[in-house]
Design a protein around this ligand. Structure first.
Ligand code: GDP
Ligand code: IMO
Ligand code: MG
Length: 428
């Protein structure tokens, strides 16, 4: 009954899509349990590049059942655009299941996302502007619209009226925007209801039955540990639970059913949007990492901020997620650098922190304490076993493993599905 969670160890874009896709052939269900179309997961299969936002990466593997869990927030227009794009490329999307309890992103929440960012000014989060935060806020505030509401017109109208009674005064009086009518919101939400209906399911039940039947389930997180609403660099985070616990609440399975928690970590670090980032580079090395790693957002196209590997962050991810394995990605990007700095601790105004500071203010002032590891110049993109890596690349991986507190089970040496070195199988 293996159930494996795949999540991000850093600030997102670690290569979760590729890692999930890689498990595809041996997987029966791939479940997205948090976030929405703020995510951008890239999978490269046979030279073809797929950018997935709302659909779990497992959709690219024939036979896998992709599931959008109750913890996800759904922009229906984006969902069907993505389905249509994949259909046009010959990918079978017909097995998709969508939780009847997932929340739906309404147009007013995309508006609220953008205007609140503008109002925050220099304190903005740098969100993706997709309405994610306001939709989760409505969920917690108990004025959200759920998938099942789309199939009960009386209830839908009541809920839209209730939501707009709170949204409109804010939109008009605080943000100086026009008010939104119940009719236009109903029309927007119902536009895809008929197309959505065949996909809708009681997904917690489906997933528990699948576990009972001995199927293999992969839970694919959006975002990452440091963007998690509870454990990330609040308030510079997303609005969902991107850590391991989120896989349970966001899908309706119990923690006792999870066998492995796999974090994907880049061999360096990137971040999109605002917020603290101790190993960030503003120099030529930062530009080099961005260009060598193709570090531009899959969702918004924004250049990603870049920096060296931060083992304090990954140790923290080990702790809050109870990690069993790490998938280290993009080792190939570091080829050619003579000495590679790796943060082992922080210095905060003369005080040394070996572990993540509890105080966000301390984290904002953290300066990395670096250890300098020897680099390599050989092309490693063709390596398929650990022994084929140059000795310094092997030492780099082993040192990161030691510092991060979790075994490194797989190493990425290129974007393609095949460009991977497996040290330990991820499925038990
Ligand atoms: P995700 O959001 O965690 O799924 O990651 P993204 O897809 O946003 O960003 C990761 C990028 O790195 C994608 O363009 C992948 O194709 C690419 N990638 C993943 N693993 C590797 C690797 O080992 N080497 C290289 N060069 N690229 C990789
Ligand atoms: P994947 O799944 C990287 C960041 C945004 C912003 C913050 C809040 O591809 O790793 P939001 O729109 O979620 O309210 O924005 O979170 N962010 C991501 N950064 N990868 C992602 O997803 C992200 N999803 C959100 O840039 O800083
Ligand atoms: Mg991404």
């Amino acid at each position: 009954m293996p159930a494996v969670v795949v999540l991000g160890a850093q600030w997102g874009d670690e290569g979760k899509g590729k890692a999930t896709d890689q498990l595809g052939a041996a997987t029966d269900y791939v479940v997205k349990f948090n976030g929405g179309n703020n995510a951008g997961h890239t999978v490269v299969v046979g030279g073809e590049r797929y950018a997935l936002h709302l659909l779990p990466s497992g959709i690219l593997s024939p036979g896998v059942v992709p599931v959008i869990g109750n913890g996800v927030v759904i922009d229906l227009q984006v969902l069907f655009r993505e389905i249509d794009d994949l259909d046009a490329r010959g990918v079978d999307t017909s097995r998709l299941l969508v939780s009847s309890s997932a929340h739906v992103i309404a147009g007013y929440n995309r508006t609220v996302d953008k205007v609140t960012e503008r109002f925050l000014g220099s304190r903005r989060i740098g969100t993706t502007g997709r309405g994610i935060g306001p939709t989760y806020a409505d969920k917690i505030n108990r004025i959200g619209i759920r998938v099942q509401d789309l199939f009960d017109l009386d209830i839908l109208r009541q809920k839209v009226e209730g939501a707009l009674a709170q949204k409109n005064p804010m939109l008009v009086k605080v943000y100086n925007r026009r008010s939104v009518t119940v009719e236009e919101t109903m029309e927007e939400l119902l536009a895809y209801a008929d197309r959505l209906r065949p996909y809708v399911a009681d997904t917690p039940r489906v997933l528990n039955d699948a576990l009972d039947a001995g199927k293999t389930l992969v839970f694919e997180a959006g975002q990452a540990t440091m963007l998690d609403i509870d454990h990330g660099t609040y308030p510079f985070v997303t609005s969902s639970s991107a850590t391991a616990g989120g896989a349970c609440t966001g899908s309706g399975i119990g923690p006792t059913r999870i066998d492995r928690v796999v974090a994907v970590a880049k061999a360096y670090t990137t971040r999109v949007g605002e917020g603290p980032f101790p190993t960030e580079l503003d120099d030529a090395d930062g530009t080099w990492l961005r260009e060598a790693g193709g570090e531009y957002g899959t969702t918004t196209g924004r250049p990603r901020r870049t920096g060296w590997y931060d083992s304090v962050v990954v140790r923290y991810a080990t702790r809050v997620n109870g990690l069993t394995d790490i998938v280290l990605t993009k080792l190939d990007v570091l080829t050619g650098k003579a000495k590679i700095p790796v943060a082992v601790a922080y210095d905060v105004a003369g005080r040394r922190f070996d572990e993540m500071p509890d105080s966000q203010t301390d984290f904002h002032h953290a300066r990395p304490v670096y250890e300098y590891l020897d680099g390599w110049t050989e092309d490693i993109t063709g390596a398929r076993t650990f022994d084929e890596l140059p000795i310094n690349a092997q030492r780099y991986v082993l040192r990161l493993e030691e510092l991060s507190g979790t075994r490194i089970s797989s190493i990425g040496v290129g974007a393609g599905r095949e460009a991977t070195i497996v040290r330990h199988e991820l499925l038990p």
